[in-house]
Ligand binder design. Structure first.
Ligand code: SF4
Length: 367
């Protein structure tokens, strides 16, 4: 089979309750889902739907929209009706928007109780409305908006403070028999976040939404998220993920998708195994890798392709690739699973790899 890793490893998942965000299951044995958040003004229905469509095309399975004003709340029925993926309303400060989101047909709501004054007084109403509409609630605790009482007790947003906050807020819902909850305890520091989620994972069986909040610009945020999610997911912790980047949200989805693929939690699509180049390279490895990646982007079968800068170790080093090239002397040795099948001029390397990929995919489908 094409694209299969040599030693598939799927980390055992933490046992968690399963809930439905619209038609997407979260928790239990459901695949880890990728979500993101729109950056448009939610009240601008057309712009928001356009961005939701872009996110969906990139592989996003659940989209969250911010609801900071009445205009945004008024847009929710149209957005919920037309969004191709389940919509979560993100609500701070105003309980009335929670009810508006439930009435609007949103698939879930996210609340940050630390930001809702007199939240405890409204929990029964929120729990009743959410239960009647079968809408799950995410308790989204953030380091930056921790309950004042807990901040005073712990001194700062420690892992224990984040977890205590989340479990306290869950208990308010539990008192009213509502357990369709998922939890996040986000922090901008990966190690604090990892510790908080590990504690939370031991303390409850609610599904967990992973996030490194305010992770930063694309490069830094990608690394922080990959490190934090990688550690947790490899321990089986985490049911849905959101990568937060100071970059267009489609980038968040691409990064999230790649993290799951790297952990073997999603089928790998195109995987390029390219060498870093060195003094032996007989081709511009970076440029050739970019060209091969661009030519095979969106290839409809899993595929692992090696791009090696010289023939010294090329085919041998990349034996586990489906196919690849080892460059040398203005030519490229094209190999399939470590065996050289032909040698072509450098100018023909990319098109030959594409031809071979199509041929291999045909053989794999017939088999
Ligand atoms: Fe260097 Fe060749 Fe290895 Fe690339 S494949 S890193 S060029 S020895």
């Amino acid at each position: 089979q094409l694209g299969m890793p040599p030693t598939p490893t799927t980390p055992p998942r933490r046992a968690s309750r399963q809930l439905m965000v619209g038609r997407v299951p979260v928790g239990g044995d459901a695949p880890v889902s990728v979500q993101s958040m729109t950056t448009t003004v939610t009240a601008d229905v057309n712009a928001t739907l356009q961005q939701i469509a872009e996110l969906t095309a990139a592989g996003c399975q659940i989209v969250r929209v911010a609801v900071p004003s009445q205009d945004d709340a008024d847009a929710l029925p149209a957005l919920a009706a037309k969004s191709p993926v389940p919509l979560i309303a993100d609500i701070h400060f105003q309980p009335k928007y929670v009810f508006a989101a439930i009435d609007a047909g949103c698939a879930a709501v996210r609340v940050n109780p630390g930001n809702i004054k007199a939240f405890d007084d409204r929990v029964r109403e929120i729990a009743d409305a959410a239960a009647a509409a079968r809408v799950p609630v995410r308790i989204g605790v953030n380091a930056g908006s921790l309950d004042k009482r807990l901040l005073a007790k712990h001194g700062r947003a420690t892992p224990a403070a984040l977890v205590e906050s989340a479990l306290w807020e869950c208990s308010l819902f539990e008192e009213h028999g509502f357990r369709d909850l998922k939890i996040s305890v986000k922090h901008h520091d990966p190690m604090t976040m990892i510790t908080a989620y590990r504690m939370l994972a031991r303390a409850c069986d609610y599904p967990l939404h992973l996030g490194v909040t305010e992770a930063g610009p694309a490069f830094q945020g990608t690394i922080k998220s990959a490190v934090a999610f990688g550690v947790l997911l490899a321990e089986g912790i985490g049911d849905t993920i959101r990568v937060s980047l100071s970059a267009p949200p489609v980038e968040e989805v691409r990064v999230g998708e790649q993290i799951l693929q790297s952990l073997g939690l999603r089928p790998r699509h195109l995987e390029i195994v390219s060498c870093p180049s060195c003094g032996r390279a007989q081709v511009d490895v970076y440029r050739l890798t970019d060209q091969v990646t661009a030519a095979l982007e969106g290839f409809p079968h899993p595929l692992r392709v090696a791009v090696m800068g010289c023939v010294v170790n090329g085919p041998g080093e990349a034996r586990e690739a489906d196919l690849g090239v080892a460059a040398g002397n203005g030519k490229g040795q094209i190999f399939v699973r470590g065996e050289v099948i032909r040698t072509v001029p450098e100018s023909k390397i990319v098109e030959t790899l594409v031809e071979e990929a199509v041929r291999l995919a045909g053989e794999s489908t017939e088999a």
